[in-house]
Design a protein around this ligand. Structure first.
Ligand code: PLP
Length: 358
């Protein structure tokens, strides 16, 4: 097999990041968010590495199926609940907990038979205006669901923060207040915080925190990297040089010739491209590690290949390892360069990239 592009997943980093999350929220239980193939890291190896989490959170039934097929019995919360009533049977078989955010889902549970009592997380929309009920409706909905034979008691309550990554934004304070006011008289566990809430807003910790991105060693904040927060990157995306050449002064490199060598320049070609999930929005000058040295991207990213200025790499050779992000080169830096967020880069790593779990 010729799969030079590989993502190395460091399970000790995952475990260390889980411990860091638990330390930051000592009074809370941790629901590890491992949806979207564990943010591109591979849901099964990540679930195994994070098996000490108090629960997992996923977004799709198939993700829960993969966790159960791997033999893991941890609690699993389906963050958007079921989309159709014909999914309820499988959710019961898998022993899932359901988020309920829409009145159709309430009706589905009212019509369901009582052979399984679904633990339910009622989701309130405290300001994100995406999923969830009006906070003022919480009491009435809890009363309605509590008499449902298919719903386990007590119900749990949750909301999601829209702006917790911005320490200056008052929305977070308003959301936390609105949540507490709406549920003051209700029993059940509560959950508010994503990674940014966990790291930045202690008032959001309550019974359960729901970290995602920080477990992968990545900062949820625009201005910092995971290492600044004491986290370790869980994924290193790498490849190798498959050609090294000298481009003469004035030579233009790659599709469209968007980079011109100002002087004779050593250029390496590495086997990775947008077909592997290395964003085509990354431009000339983006840092790339070659062995222990730093190169810079030159020319357009192709489907399978990138071209790298090796001027600062001593004696570059075919076969030299290349790191696109991870250990020594934060994915946060790349995300800023691509005009996106690390979440998107991590989730975008494609199937043909070989995954190596260490
Ligand atoms: C409902 C919910 N909770 C928690 C998270 C985890 O967020 P983060 O990865 O920013 O920690 C997500 C992710 O988008 C989410 O949708």
């Amino acid at each position: 097999m010729n799969r030079a592009a590989r993502a190395t997943i460091d399970t000790s980093a995952l475990r260390a990041n889980l411990r860091a999350a638990a330390r930051r929220a000592p009074g809370s239980r941790v629901m590890a968010v491992i949806k979207a193939n564990a943010y591109g890291h591979g849901i099964v190896p990540v679930a195994r590495a994070l098996a000490d989490a108090d629960a997992f959170a996923v977004a799709r039934l198939e993700e829960a199926v993969a966790i159960r097929h791997a033999g893991l019995r941890n609690r699993i919360v389906l963050l958007e609940g079921v989309f159709h009533d014909d999914q309820l049977g499988l959710a019961a078989e898998l022993g899932l907990e359901l988020v309920v955010h829409d009145i159709e889902q309430v009706a589905m549970l009212e019509a369901a038979d009582a052979s399984y009592r679904y633990p339910v997380w009622l989701k309130l929309d405290t300001g994100m205006n995406r999923l969830g009920f009006e906070p003022a409706a919480a009491g009435e909905l809890v009363r309605r669901l509590q008499v449902c034979p298919a719903v386990a008691a007590p119900m749990h309550l949750m909301t999601h923060l829209a702006c917790a990554d911005d320490p200056e934004d008052v929305t977070t304070r308003d959301q936390i207040e609105s949540f507490h006011m709406a549920i003051a008289d209700l029993a059940g566990d509560r959950s508010i915080a994503n990674s940014a809430g966990l790291l930045n807003w202690p008032d959001s910790h309550v019974d359960w925190v729901r970290p995602g991105i920080m477990l992968y060693g990545v900062s949820p904040f625009a201005a910092s990297s995971g290492a600044d927060l004491g986290l370790r990157p869980a994924m290193t995306l790498g490849s190798e040089l498959i050609a090294v050449k000298r481009v003469p002064a004035g030579g233009r490199v790659g599709y469209g010739g968007v980079w011109t060598a100002p002087a004779e320049t050593p250029v390496g070609v590495a086997a990775i491209g947008y077909g592997d999930g290395y964003s085509r929005h990354l431009g000339n000058g983006t840092p790339v590690r070659v062995g222990e040295s730093h190169g810079r991207l030159v020319g357009r990213i192709s489907m399978d290949l990138i071209t790298i200025d090796l001027s600062d790499v001593p004696e570059p050779r075919v076969g030299d390892p290349v790191v696109l992000w991870g250990e020594g080169l934060p994915v946060e830096t790349l995300a800023r360069a691509a005009g996106t967020i690390p979440y998107e880069l991590l989730c975008g790593v494609t199937q043909r990239v070989a995954m190596r779990v260490v």
